[in-house]
Design a protein. Structure first.
Length: 119
């Protein structure tokens, strides 16, 4: 079954930190995951992404504050789960954050997790 499990959203004060997690099901892994990433809001603004080769890219708003990394506890050999460490959060970071997986033939989205940053 194709599935993306997101966790880690919540409420925090400005300046605080949150860590989001996203794990792809074995069915997605079997399709060949090329990239995993996080996007936010209704326009799906890019936050960060990591390729199966380990290359990371960031949106302008995340640069210098957020870090995407592999969760090797899920799978040490292949990209199957990621963390998004968010530090120095600002009220403008408030949004629904969506995990996206790109395979060789398609892309899959999680249901989203709410992040709320208060002043």
């Amino acid at each position: 079954q194709v599935q993306l499990v997101e966790s880690g959203g919540g409420s925090v004060q400005a300046g605080g930190s949150l860590r989001l997690s996203c794990a792809a099901s074995d069915a997605l892994l079997a399709s060949g995951i090329d990239e995993m990433g996080w996007f936010r809001g209704s326009r799906r603004e890019k936050v960060a992404a990591i390729s199966r080769g380990g290359q990371t890219t960031y949106g302008d708003s995340a640069m210098g504050r957020f870090t995407i990394s592999r969760d090797n506890a899920k799978n040490t050999a292949y990209l199957q789960a990621v963390f998004l460490q968010m530090d120095s959060l600002e009220t403008e970071d408030t949004a629904v954050y969506y995990c996206r997986v790109k395979t060789r033939t398609s892309e899959w989205w999680g249901q989203g997790t709410q992040v709320t940053v208060s002043s």
